[in-house]
Design a protein around this ligand. Structure first.
Ligand code: PMP
Ligand code: GLU
Length: 388
């Protein structure tokens, strides 16, 4: 056998594959409406680009400390204090090559062979694959309409065992935009503390939040919870920096040090001049986020009102954050892969099947695209479902 058993266990990322197919079709001149991409459609702000260019030109192109340059770690400490009410010092912060990298690293560091990891369904496609790569076992906690598609302390307790080590929480969430409110997080935090279960809190979409809802970091709820939480965040979504690859985590220093050791022998530091660019990102005016969230909220509203016209065939989970809507396709009687494949072939609309998110009777639409594209794409979807 050429491949290791580890490599054989891993599936490719459906989100990345479909996004690449849609981009290829556009290049071939096809009029594709791309609802697949999990990346903002606006450009990286000029001040961030300028900081990267200045850093390159000043020769800031060498290795940096593995876990990030001190001034960036200090800026992250300040951000976590001001935005999230979290008290950390630089030794708690590890900067990595994207939040995906931070998540991968932390699972390698916390999960032992056979440990169980609680994953709320629907989940972001990469979580179970990363758990597999760490030798762990994903335990899926299904959610229901009645629970607003959120896990509760009761549903988590019902899936916990002596082997449960970690819970992965993602709020606002990909793929359905659910946001956990403070009261809900308080009961989940009590569950974690009571059972001594670590929580990886993926907060990458924290700035894209609607209807005046406030993002709450679960680590801010108590000192006990903070010591069990690893807060993960990054620059991809908030600052439209998906290609730059920069993310970070905040954890107890013993855990952070272990991540740094792992990174020493894998990627070493994240790109030097991208770290300088990230510093510039932190100095952007706060109004920047409000404007972006407002734009995404208008798009959410536009999609929701169009989907309401297709009630006969389609349902949806109303997003409170992020830039995805998870569409219920049960009534069409078509599985999510066939739905996505046929829509792409017959109507040139790219969306992501729900199967890889743990729900084969849903598809994911990303609304990180213009209002014109949203309108055109939904026109095509409406035409298509009406002729089924
Ligand atoms: N978490 C979630 C829920 C995501 O959707 C993404 C999307 N890429 C990431 C983490 C990783 O982001 P990045 O590696 O680009 O920082
Ligand atoms: N997270 C984004 C998505 O879900 C980007 C693609 C990926 O990294 O999987 O579409």
């Amino acid at each position: 056998m050429i491949l290791s058993s580890r490599a054989q266990k891993v599936s490719p990322s459906a989100t990345l594959q479909i996004t690449a197919t849609a981009k290829r079709m556009v290049k071939e001149g096809k009029d594709v409406v791309a609802f697949g991409a999990g990346e903002p459609d606006f450009d990286t702000p000029e001040a961030i680009k300028a900081a990267a260019i200045a850093a390159i030109q000043s020769g800031f192109t060498r290795y940096t400390p593995t876990s990030g340059i001190p001034e960036l770690k200090d800026a992250i400490v300040k951000k976590l204090k001001e935005d999230n009410g979290l008290d950390y010092t630089a030794k708690n912060i590890i900067v990595s090559c994207g939040a995906k990298h931070s998540l991968y690293n932390i699972l390698q560091v916390l999960v032992d062979e056979g440990d169980e990891v609680l994953i709320p369904v629907p989940y972001w496609v990469s979580y179970p694959e990363m758990v597999k790569l760490a030798g762990g076992r994903s335990v899926f906690v299904r959610t229901t309409l009645k629970e607003n598609f959120k896990v509760t302390a009761q549903s988590l307790q019902a899936h916990a065992s002596a082997k449960t080590k970690v819970l992965i929480l993602n709020s606002p969430s990909n793929p359905c935009g659910v946001v956990y409110h403070q009261k809900e997080l308080e009961t989940i935090a009590e569950f974690c503390v009571r059972n001594h279960i670590f929580c990886i809190s993926d907060e990458i979409y924290e700035k894209i939040i609607f209807d005046g809802i406030r993002h709450v970091s679960i680590a801010s709820l108590s000192e006990d919870m903070k010591s069990l939480t690893v807060t993960v965040n990054g620059f991809s979504k908030s600052y439209a920096m998906t290609g730059w690859r920069l993310g970070y985590l905040a954890a107890e220093s013993e855990i952070a040090q272990a991540v740094s050791n792992l990174q020493d022998h894998s990627t070493s530091n994240p790109t030097s001049f991208v770290q300088k660019a990230a510093l510039a990102a932190f100095s952007l005016d706060r109004a920047f986020f409000a404007e972006i969230a407002e734009k995404f909220q208008q798009r959410r509203d536009a999609i929701v009102s169009r989907l309401d016209r297709m009630k006969q065939y389609l349902g949806y989970i109303r997003p409170e954050g992020a830039f995805y809507i998870f569409v219920d396709i049960k009534k069409t009687g078509i599985d999510s892969f066939t739905f996505a494949k046929r829509l792409l072939e017959e109507k040139h609309v790219a969306l992501i099947p729900g199967g890889p998110f743990g729900c084969d009777d849903y598809v994911r639409i990303s609304f990180a695209t213009s209002m014109e594209k949203i309108k055109a794409g939904l026109d095509r979807i409406e035409e298509w479902v009406n002729q089924l």
